[in-house]
Design a protein around this ligand. Structure first.
Ligand SMILES: Nc1nc2c(c(=O)[nH]1)N[C@H]1C(S)=C(S)[C@@H](COP(=O)(O)O)O[C@H]1N2
Ligand SMILES: [Mo]
Length: 555
């Protein structure tokens, strides 16, 4: 008869991990604590993940990359739980020490990061319940185990131990691929070769039940956390003042209104989100303040009340991420309401020699922005409003920076709390220490939105409409050219410009298009005559280059 104890113990360990995550996530969610273990582990892992892997994850999971990370951590946790459980077949106390140790990891991480005592509650409860589930399940499984059998394994010669190990590895792999409660599939054959089957069935039933409760509790905890954040109501209760200077009205023809073409103004709910925070920080507007310090004549602190009383300005500015791939959608355009950073810096009086402002946020992110860009006449804003609404929490509530002409990673700090006037020679920002450039001017770029990829196009008498977006923030788009296959570059029609800081739409009627496969390629030229770079270059360190092309099949 095969020794089933490694399987049972590994199952108990895996279930213990689910009970641990489930109870702690649930408690953290319900108590609105930010110390949920999955969250803490995720936040710890993010900075350690190599940038290429982050990029790959974003490419695969898009904005669900954070959910993917949380699930990965939970799965790894369950596998570790299984291995620890299996160790417990022969070394019970070691397995308990390991279970408690892994369970306490988030507590230690949270504590070293200055967490509170109450913050420890979810993980401590999780450890206690997880260990209890493990011991309880083992007891249930071993009711019928003959103590002699245990001793036999303990004293087994090396080859026997190895085979036990191999068996457990096989089982863990099975558990991983089926993803579900390991026991449900194993139970029937356990019963077949074991006359004491019913107890085993009870064991697997309870294990599966506990595991399912654990998974449900994780989901409930995460939802409760989201609800609690939204119910905090800070964003809802925040009333934006009327702008002292409104944005000029949107000109006719600013939006060509073509199906599948990105709208000229991106709704807040569809605006791309990029940040290193697993959960957007919950910043209280009432206690928020911005500190301007460093190489300044006098340190200045601005509270929200003071900020809202200042003459705020509205500006359309297009924001892009440096990691945007050629043809990608990490770009959006919004009407921002805020106060010019230039005015705030003038209050503090930057001293000579300073050439950079290191903005910092509530979540530890930093960005290095050239001082001259923040002091010239462009609409670099400390923004509180986005498309007529307070900033959504994901986009930096209650205040963030928006700087025309620079990629977000060197300028658009969300949840901003400090501006340190300094020098590029002295300080480095978050992404710069990870291989990205120090300065991040936006390159002229364009993409094809229409026809959508994979769509068969009906050529209407040989005529096909192509359309897309083009941007060259703070210089402005001068021209967009399109070509069919290897043909000549043709000039596209442009939407009316909102201002030089925003993107524009383009459209073209391609004529004489034969049926079959074709490629539409686009390139933009800015108002200074800079032609979009056609050489393919990866995003690191200063944005991907290359021309966007779309294949289409004409019927
Ligand atoms: N605090 C904070 N601010 C941040 C980031 C971040 O990770 N943390 N990411 C930056 C990057 S890389 C970009 S592209 C923009 C994206 O802003 P959005 O999420 O509002 O689109 O925010 C910037 N501001
Ligand atoms: Mo970015």
């Amino acid at each position: 008869m095969r020794d089933r104890r490694p399987l049972l113990a590994a199952t108990a360990g895996a279930v213990a991990a689910l009970v641990y995550f489930g109870s702690s996530e649930f408690l953290a969610g319900v108590l609105a604590l930010t110390s949920a273990p999955l969250l803490i582990l995720g936040q710890t892992v993010i900075p350690l993940v190599p940038t290429p892997l982050i990029k790959a994850a974003i490419a695969v999971f898009g904005t669900n990359d954070k959910l993917a990370l949380v699930i990965t951590i939970a799965v790894v946790g369950v596998v570790i739980g299984g291995i620890i459980g299996w160790i417990g077949v022969r070394r019970r106390s070691l397995s308990l020490v390991l279970l408690a140790g892994f369970g306490a990891l988030p507590i230690i991480l949270q504590f070293t990061a200055g967490g509170s005592l109450t913050g420890m509650v979810p993980a401590v409860v999780g450890v206690v319940l997880g260990c209890a589930a493990y011991l309880g399940l083992l007891r249930l499984a071993e009711v019928d185990e003959a103590p002699a059998a245990l001793a036999e394994v303990d004293e087994a010669p090396a080859p026997a131990v190895r085979s036990t190990g191999a068996e457990a590895t096989r089982i863990l792999t099975t558990g991983e691929t089926t993803g579900g409660p390991v026991g449900t599939t194993e139970a029937p054959d356990v019963r077949a070769d074991d006359p004491r089957g019913p107890d085993r069935r009870l064991f697997f039933g309870i294990a599966a039940g506990l595991g399912a409760i654990g998974v449900a509790a994780i989901a409930a905890g995460q939802s409760a956390a989201v609800l609690a954040r939204n119910a905090a109501g800070a964003v809802a209760q925040f009333v934006l003042p009327r702008p002292a200077a409104s944005a000029p009205p949107i000109p006719d023809g600013a939006d060509l209104e073509i199906d599948s073409l990105a709208p000229i103004i991106t709704p807040n709910s569809e605006f791309y989100r990029i940040d290193t925070a697993l959960v957007p920080p919950a910043v209280d507007a009432g206690s928020w303040s911005l500190r301007i310090h460093g190489m300044v004549d006098r340190e200045v602190t601005v509270t929200m009340e003071e900020l809202l009383a200042l003459p705020l300005e509205e500006h359309y500015v297009t924001l892009t991420c440096v990691s945007n791939e050629v043809g990608g959608d990490l770009i959006g355009n919004a009407k921002w309401l805020g106060y010019p950073i230039r005015e705030l810096l003038a209050r503090a009086g930057p001293t000579s020699g300073a050439d950079m402002v290191l903005s910092g946020s509530d979540d530890g992110f930093t960005a290095s922005t050239p001082l001259e860009v923040l002091t010239d006449d462009r609409a670099a804003l400390l923004a509180v409003g986005m498309n007529g609404k307070p900033l959504p929490r994901d986009h930096g509530f209650p205040a963030r920076l928006v700087v025309p002409g620079l990629y977000g990673f060197v300028s658009a700090t969300k949840w901003v709390t400090s501006l340190e006037v300094t020098r590029f020679a002295d300080k480095q920002a978050y992404w710069t220490t990870r291989g990205w450039s120090t300065h991040g001017p936006v390159l002229v770029a364009s993409r094809v939105d229409v026809p959508r990829s994979g769509v068969r196009v009906r050529a209407d008498g040989g005529r096909v409409v192509a359309a897309g977006m083009a941007w060259a923030q703070h210089t402005g788009i001068g021209q967009v050219q399109v070509r069919l296959d290897e043909g000549d570059w043709q000039t596209a029609q442009l939407s009316e410009e909102l201002n030089v800081d925003t993107w524009r739409q383009w459209r073209i009627d391609l004529t004489g298009v034969s049926s079959g496969s074709h490629t539409v390629t686009v390139r933009a030229i800015d108002k200074d005559g800079n032609v979009q770079i056609s050489d393919r270059r990866p995003a690191i360190p200063g944005s991907a280059t290359g021309l966007h092309a779309r294949d289409l099949t004409v019927e």
